[in-house]
Ligand binder design. Sequence first.
Ligand code: ADP
Ligand code: MG
Length: 471
Amino acid sequence: MTNEIIDGLHDGNWQEVRENLRSEIGEAAYQSWVKPMTVRSVGDGAARISVPTRFMRDWVVAHYVERLGELWNAIDSGVDNVEISVQPERSFKSGRNEGVKSTAAAEAATTAAVGRAKSEKRRTNENGAAGISAPLDSRYSFENFVVGKPNEFAYAAARRVAEAPSVPFNPLFLYGGVGLGKTHLMHAIAWHISQQDPDRTVIYLSAEKFMYRFIRALKEQNTVDFKEMFRNVDVLMIDDVQFIGGKGATQEEFFHTFNALVDQGRQIVISADKSPSDLEGMEERLQSRLNCGLVADIHATTYELRLGILESKAEQLKVNVPQKMMEFLAHKITSNVRELEGALNRVVAHAQLVGREITLETTQEVLHDLLRANDRRVTIEEIQKRVASHFNIRISDMHSARRARSVARPRQVAMYLAKQLTSRSLPEIGRKFGGRDHTTVMHAVKKVEELRECDSSFAEDVELLRRMLEG
Ligand code: ADP
Ligand code: MG
């Protein structure tokens, strides 16, 4: 017969097992997973332990149960294995009041708890999960997202996650510079799911908010509740994880929550301004875990994409913006989409305020500060210098007529970056590269784009240079 409240000897053994495990796995993991355990009985070669939630049971079974068995066996050879069951805290307490409970009754309670988890899910959506999810911007939908070469891959991946009935890849890691649409895509996933499949729970929150929540839970010794919030989540999205770097306990917790959700087949979507391997202060095992899913990079905008976005925004604003002026802006504001949008809004607001048509002249007037800032951002000379030193060639080779691959390729990269990062026209760029023709520049841009597609280490080089020049 098993007894529910274990006796002093077994309790002493348990304390020792716990302490040993604590020293092996560290305080954070101990607090999260071991502390909430209750030993229900010891006998017939097994120690039976309950945990308050299914989430915890799955995690403990996957990660600690074997070691627990070994540690216990080292102290009491009569125990060969450890069994983990779910016993919600509330029913445990009432069970105690009723005195000794049969194993069958305990099992029934567990099953009932599992059965209830499903019907409770909707309520959890409304209370727990939805409560911590940040509000979504209704303009950030897939329909409002303009797709072009720089973002088509990230867009397709996001759509796939939103539409797939099961998890297509885990996690989806979106990364790219500021203002290029990461948050927009994440909101779009959430909108899409909430409309198509309202039964699925989606949580979207910033990494900062996640951290804040977790640190508060730590202070209030409430990490179990914290984990519970994520228990029924189908899709968890965390924005700007570069801010998680460097905070030990939070990273640890993030890692645990992350692993537990992945193991349960929940979809995770993460964004950052850098690739997983470039995230500073991020633990290696977390980095490699982030690298395991699908990593989708949003590249800097191209002229075509910028123009497309302006056309789409003008249509949404229901204002008539002259084509010439949009082309002008697409040329000049090369930094990011947020700035581009801001520029258009300013010009439109100004025109409406003074009651005059939008012209190229008023545009230049209204935006003079912004235009200057964008012009100043990076010069062709800087690009040439950076690229030359990166590939270990002389700056003079940027202008020279030498055609050896070792100098021609870097030169093409520099031309490509000049096209991407400055508002210079093709003939202007050609002139800066030893008076070359604009068709040569065009060819260079095409060539680099092709190489980026098929040679990932080349693509990384280019991306690195771009970031250095922009930063
Ligand atoms: P990030 O999170 O990458 O910093 P956001 O998603 O906040 O960037 O995007 C900045 C702004 O630019 C938002 O208003 C967003 O709607 C807009 N935006 C970015 N990319 C696109 C796009 N491809 N089509 C339409 N709007 C875009
Ligand atoms: Mg963002």
